[in-house]
Design a protein around this ligand. Structure first.
Ligand code: 4NP
Length: 153
């Protein structure tokens, strides 16, 4: 799960995905990162922590880190939040296979729509609530799809 700062959107995506995967019985390793190092080492934004807690998810132990090329080796899928993240990640890919690992997370909800999860950094709490809902809907579909692939459905 990748955004710009790794303090607002992608920490929520990581926490939400982990919770849904656990509930649905999907074994998956999930992590998050930012395309920038602006907030390296920081905990998630307090507004992300608050909206997560409201829905029963504790993301306070996460620490921001920057996306690196080695993430292409570590992960099968790389979900980005907007087209800027997409461009910043794809430019680091060495092969078409690596490039194909990258997708906008909202394409799970609206295939081919290339919609963004809006950056809530300069918004109030409503923006974070909206982001939470978008990520929850997207992660539910991704977990279902991954479970289906494992069962050969
Ligand atoms: P995120 O939000 O990419 O969802 O973590 C942002 C966090 C920090 C900044 C921008 C977006 N910033 O400019 O510092």
């Amino acid at each position: 799960m990748v955004c710009l700062g790794n303090i607002c959107r992608s920490p929520l995506a990581e926490g939400i995905f982990r919770k849904i995967a656990k509930e649905q019985g999907l074994k998956a390793e999930v992590d998050s990162a930012g395309t920038s190092a602006y907030h390296e080492g920081e905990r998630p934004d307090s507004r992300s922590q608050q909206v997560a807690i409201k829905y029963g998810i504790d993301i306070s132990n996460q620490r921001a880190r920057r996306f690196t090329k080695s993430d292409f080796d570590s992960f099968d899928k790389i979900y980005v939040m907007d087209r800027y993240n997409y461009e910043d990640v794809v430019v680091l890919a060495d092969t078409p296979e690596e490039e194909q690992k990258v997708d906008l997370i909202m394409n799970a909800l609206h295939p081919g729509g290339n919609r963004a999860v809006p950056d809530p950094y300069y918004d109030g709490h409503d923006g974070f609530e909206h982001v939470f809902k978008l990520l929850e809907d997207s992660c539910e579909i991704i977990v279902e799809e991954m479970l289906g692939q494992k069962q050969g459905n």
